[in-house]
Structures are given as C-alpha cells and as structure tokens.
Design a protein around this ligand. Structure first.
Ligand code: HAM
Length: 448
C-alpha cells in the first residue's frame, strides 16, 4: 500500500496571493481607497452570490459573460438558481433599489472584491479576479463622468503609473443604437462573405459586438462599417461634448475610439477604457461607462448611473514592472531567548511592547526545537526588524535585557543592556526616534 497522499492545487485560473505580494496589494488598495475617499465615495459591500436572473437581466442574455462565463449552480438545499458574481455593478444596483438608497439624493459608492468568470485562463485573465470599482447613482450630467475619469487619473499618478491611456466613446441611447443597428445589419449582410461563424451567429442578436472582433480577416470590413457616433442625436452629442470639454480643461489626454463598445449590454452614452501596452493582450486595466436605463429595469424609479471597475491583478502586474517593491518587514522587534525562564520573561515583555504599539515577533520553537542563539539571531536579521531583544541566562540573572540594533550604522555601538522594567520605554524611544529612518519614513505611522 502506498502512503503517498493526494496533493491539492488551487482551481485552474484562481490564484493565491502570497505574503511576498501582499504589501503591493495593500499599497494598491490603500491608495485606491484614499483616492475614492478624497472624492467623497462611500464603501458598499454586496454578497458574492446573487440570483442568476439578476446578471442575465443586468448584463444582457446575449453577452459572453452570461452565455458562457458564469459560475451558475442550483442550491442543493432549496433549488435556488444562483451565480458567483461575474462583476459588481449588478449587485450594487440591486442593493440601491432594494434599500431605496437614492431616495434622499444621489450616491457615490465604491467596492472591491473577487469576481468569477469561466474564461480561458491566460496572462491577465483569470477565473477568479479582483476588481476595485465605483458607481455614481443619480447623477445625470457629464460632470460626474469627468469626475470618475479624473479620479482614475489621480490613482495612476499616486501609484506612479504613467503608461496608461484613456479611450473614450459615446454609444448614445437606445433609439440611436436602434437606427445604427438596422444600418449595421444591412451593411454586414451586404458583406456576408467576410463574416466568420461567430459574427454570423451574432448578426441579429448583437451586431454591435461584431465590431469588437479580433479576426484579422474582418478588420477592413469592420473599419468601414457605419459608426454609431454619427447616429447620435442632439442630447447625446451635447453630453459627449460636455464631457470632452471638462476633460480638456483639466488636461486629461484621451482618444475617441468610435469602435469602443464594451461587452456588457447595460451601457448608454459614455463608455471608456484605460489601456496599457505593457501587459500583452489583456491591456485594459479599468473600464466603465454610463448605464442610465439599468435602475429602471430593476423596478427602481428612473435614476441615471455611471461607474467603472479596475482589474487589480493587472494593475499589480503594472506596479511590479515599475520596480522592485521594498522587502516587507514583519515587525519592529524580534525577541530572542534561551532557556525556560528567559522564554517566560520574553512572553511578558513582548506583550508589553505590543501594548506600547509596536509590532513584535517572538521566536517560537519549530519541530527542530527553539534553536541556538546564533540561529535565532539569523531569524531576527531576516525579519526586517529594527531591533532584536535578547534574553539569555545572564540577562535573567541580572534582571536586564539586551537590545541590539539590527539596522544601525556600520560599526556603531549596537548593543545596550537595559533593566527589564525600563526595556519598553527604551525600545519605544529607539524605534520611534530611530536614526536610520529619514524624514519621509512612514514605517511607524501606526504608533500612537
Ligand atoms: P469589465 O470590462 O467586464 O467591466 O471588467 C472591468 C475590468 O475588470 C477589466 O477592464 C479588467 O481589468 C478586469 N477583468 C475583467 N475580466 C477579468 C478576468 N477574467 N481576469 C482579470 N481581470 C479581469 C465590468 O465588470 C463593469 N462592471 C464595469 C463597470 C462598473 N461599468 C460600470 N460600472
């Protein structure tokens, strides 16, 4: 009989975020949250699972997402038809209507979390991925469109990302798209010989999506197709011009891409994508647009809406390309000890130092034992701590601890012997006054 145990791996297309990457994720999320906050956006959290019908209604039945990418299942307990959310807008809009959130005026909302799409995994495209999104509910004019776009620009600036460009389009309202659609279908029918199977299938259901084709054999034909932009009426045009005017006045660079149509059906008027060339085929790091008719389709009072979502994995990869992030430090203080009495004192002192607001890692035994002083000091060095606190037999006998600087200047006096009861004050002084941190050092911002 073999005693080899089965090993599990994560579901294909679903990633672990390991501690080495966690500081970068934290940096992204903290920066994004503070930018959203600086524009007055408030956090909303909705469930990861919703009724399947919600997504079909919001995103559209003839879309890639609803047709073939949703993780849908029947709840075996009660037969409910459920889906792991493929995106965040549907759930937020459901919550806004369910809680009548827009009754006392418009709302600016943001959210973050995992989304699920059964796509073919590749670089930048996963089956579980994280989005950071914003939705502004109840605002009608192009000013909010500009605000959302400028908020993204501020985030790229704050993250030091200078390789993301903005593509913009307006897809008008339902009647304008209807007139365009009729002409588009006629045009595609006249060019039927060039259409591939996918395009033929979509011809009557969703002809706009044919414009999005990646098939090189269709590019020329698609380039000459009637453009939705030239079907826009006065109000849609005025909205689009109004948006461009605010962006111009604020020095926001963009290109109008008349073929930008987006893969979800709820959009009208403004659509936009932030794109980079540094990530290969999956270069869209943020995408969104206006969805004025959506709330009414959910039984709410007619209420305009607009939002965007960013793919966090893609932005993390861009951030990695900007240079190595500093190695994360686990703690301020690493406690080294030898002998049972020393261990007891180390526990007590570690708690006191934490009470004072510092981060402390106390050396603990592994299956090989507690380890020698030397091996414990190696761990202390590797922890990134500024100080090691050492308690051995001598220290116990004399009721002192040794405090050793791990990052002090070369050759400086680096070790002090301090009375046990004065150790906390001494260490706090050393860490906060710490000489090796410049004026920009914010490593210890959490200390009170
Ligand atoms: P979306 O274009 O489907 O829009 O997704 C937004 C962003 O999520 C994409 O630009 C990309 O960065 C990221 N993303 C999408 N799918 C994947 C994937 N399989 N793997 C990794 N990243 C991915 C929406 O989701 C809309 N809810 C955006 C929105 C909000 N529109 C209005 N409000």
């Amino acid at each position: 009989m073999s005693d080899k145990k089965e090993k599990f791996s994560a579901i294909k297309g679903m990633n672990d975020i390991l501690p080495a990457d966690a500081p970068l994720w934290e940096l992204f999320e903290n920066t994004a949250e503070s930018v959203l906050k600086s524009y007055g956006y408030q956090k909303i959290v909705t469930p990861i699972i919703e009724e399947t019908g919600l997504f079909a209604r919001a995103i559209g039945a003839v879309t890639d997402i609803v047709e073939k990418e949703m993780y849908s299942f029947e709840d075996s307990m009660n037969g409910d038809q459920l889906t792991l959310r493929p995106e965040g807008t549907a759930g937020v809009v459901r919550a806004v209507v369910e809680h009548n959130m827009a009754y006392d005026g418009p709302k600016r909302l943001w959210y973050k979390g995992p989304m699920f799409r059964h796509e073919r995994p590749q670089r930048g495209r996963y089956r579980q991925f994280f989005q950071f999104g914003a939705e502004a509910i109840g605002f009608a004019g192009p000013d909010i469109d500009a605000e959302l776009i400028m908020l993204c620009r501020r985030l790229w600036d704050d993250l030091g990302l200078d390789n993301i460009r903005l593509e913009l389009n307006s897809i008008g309202n339902a009647e304008e798209r209807q007139r365009h659609r009729a002409d588009l279908i006629a045009y595609f029918e006249a060019n039927e010989a060039v259409l591939d199977a996918e395009a033929k299938r979509r011809l009557h259901a969703n002809p706009l999506r044919i414009l999005d084709t990646k098939n090189p054999a269709m590019q020329d034909m698609v380039n000459k197709a009637p453009q939705l932009l030239s079907y826009l009426g006065g109000e849609s045009l005025a909205h689009f011009e109004g948006l461009k005017k605010i962006l111009d006045a604020n020095n926001v660079q963009y290109t109008v891409n008349p073929r930008l149509v987006r893969g979800l059906d709820y959009y009208n008027r403004t659509v936009f994508e932030w794109v980079t060339d540094e990530l290969g085929a999956q270069g869209t790091v943020c995408a969104g647009g206006r969805y004025d008719p959506l709330i009414e389709t959910f039984g709410g009072k007619p209420t305009p809406g607009i939002g965007f979502a960013m793919g966090i994995e893609r932005l993390i990869e861009l951030m990695k390309g900007q240079g190595e992030p500093a190695a994360p430090s686990q703690c301020d203080v690493y406690m080294v000890h030898q002998g049972e009495e020393a261990q007891m004192k180390a526990f007590i002192l570690a708690e006191r130092i934490r009470d004072a607001g510092l981060d402390v890692v106390l050396h603990c035994a592994t299956p090989q034992g507690a380890g020698s002083f030397k091996s414990q000091m190696k761990k202390a060095d590797g922890s990134g701590a500024a100080f090691a606190v050492i308690i051995g037999e001598d220290e116990v006998k004399n009721d002192v601890v040794a405090v050793k600087s791990l990052r002090g200047a070369e050759g400086a006096a680096q070790q002090a012997s301090v009375a046990f009861d004065e150790a906390v004050d001494y260490i706090v002084d050393q860490v906060i006054g710490g000489g090796d941190c410049g004026p920009d050092c914010d490593e210890h911002h959490h200390h009170h």
